[in-house]
Design a protein around this ligand. Structure first.
Ligand code: F6P
Length: 328
């Protein structure tokens, strides 16, 4: 087993609330165990540009409550190329770094896995940090809970005005190819319909459902459209419905990047702390090419390959089933 002495930590891809509590846990767990810690700015870009700094206990003071990431993040195309990876490796070796904690989503893990296969002498541990909740091996990813709560707060407000005007709102939420935020927010806000990438909804069925709601004296209706839904986007869906439903005044809202910001929820602070702590302990135990994740309230390891196998990822069947039943 190869013993580590110096860990680098980075956040990459879309930021997610909970990344800061996780960075804090990584730094302090590493220091507690006598390891040195280096913070990498802007994810893989910082590895390539050699933009790193030594971290100490105080580098992570008072950050538990902060959204975003103190290390900053980026989506880095050059790291996909052999040349970018070689430069990153050179910089890590020059600094004596022998282990890397990467906090991010599927793009981050894809890069980490390729890098680790090319340069296995640097141990790599992934932490699932994405609001999309789309990785296998962790029931929840960092930021998903906070983002869903942010969406719920916004939709509750939209419901007030929708109800006051008897309007029909189409609300687009984030998630890339995942409907996880849409589904949970939709159930939590009593959305009349939720359009998800994982489950095709025919526009005719949606129209029928909305007409029935109107006949059943619903004063307002909310349709949540996950950004990855396959009906052509929130504006196209609203236009198609507008043609057939004339007794509702229709509005469209795209919640956008506000979903990514904000102070992490209690859940994400605890999850970030647990995952950061576990990531360092796993590296000390000699693990590599793995992801730490939450399964049945235990922190377990999954290979990065399996974590990325997200076509196996399924939304909860009971939640999907209750969408139409609970919002009649
Ligand atoms: O992966 C997180 C996420 O917020 C997705 O939900 C969304 O599709 C994407 O990132 C947006 O990326 P960007 O901030 O680069 O536009």
């Amino acid at each position: 087993m190869h013993k580590i002495s110096k860990i680098a930590v980075l956040t990459s891809g879309g930021d997610a609330p909970g990344m800061n509590p996780c960075i804090r846990a990584v730094v302090r767990t590493a220091l507690y165990n006598g390891l040195e810690v280096v913070g990498v700015r802007q994810g893989y870009k910082g590895l390539i540009e050699n933009d790193m700094y030594d971290m100490n206990k105080r580098s992570v003071s008072n950050i538990l409550n902060l959204g975003g990431t103190i290390l900053k993040t980026a989506r880095c195309l050059p790291f996909k190329e052999d040349e970018g990876m070689a430069t990153a490796y050179k910089h890590l070796k020059e600094r004596g770094i022998d282990a890397l904690v990467v906090i991010g989503g599927d793009g981050t893990f894809t890069g980490a896995l390729r890098f680790s296969k090319k340069y296995p002498d640097i141990a790599v541990m992934g932490v699932p940090g994405t609001i999309d909740n789309d990785l296998c091996g962790s029931t929840y990813t960092l930021g998903f809970d906070t983002a869903t709560n942010t969406v719920i707060e916004a939709i509750d407000k939209i419901r007030d005005t929708a109800d006051a005007h008897d309007r029909l709102f189409f609300i687009e939420v984030m998630g890339r190819d995942s409907g996880a935020i849409a589904l949970r927010a939709g159930i939590s806000c009593g959305a009349e319909a939720i359009l998800l990438p994982e489950k095709q909804t025919a526009i005719e069925d949606l129209i029928k459902n909305l007409k029935e709601g109107h006949m059943n004296k619903k004063s307002s209706s909310i349709v949540i459209v996950a950004e990855g839904d396959k009906n052509g986007g929130v504006y196209d869906v609203a236009k198609a419905v507008q043609k057939e439903v004339n007794n509702y005044d229709i509005k469209v809202t795209i919640l956008g990047h506000l979903q990514r910001g904000g102070s992490p929820s209690s859940f994400d602070r605890i999850l970030g702390s647990r995952l950061g702590f576990a990531a360092v302990n796993a590296l000390i135990a000699g693990e590599t090419q793995k992801m730490v994740g939450l399964q049945a309230n235990h922190i377990l390891l999954t290979s990065l390959e399996d974590a990325l196998n997200n076509h196996e990822f399924k939304l909860e069947a009971d939640l999907l089933q209750m969408v139409d039943i609970l919002s009649i």
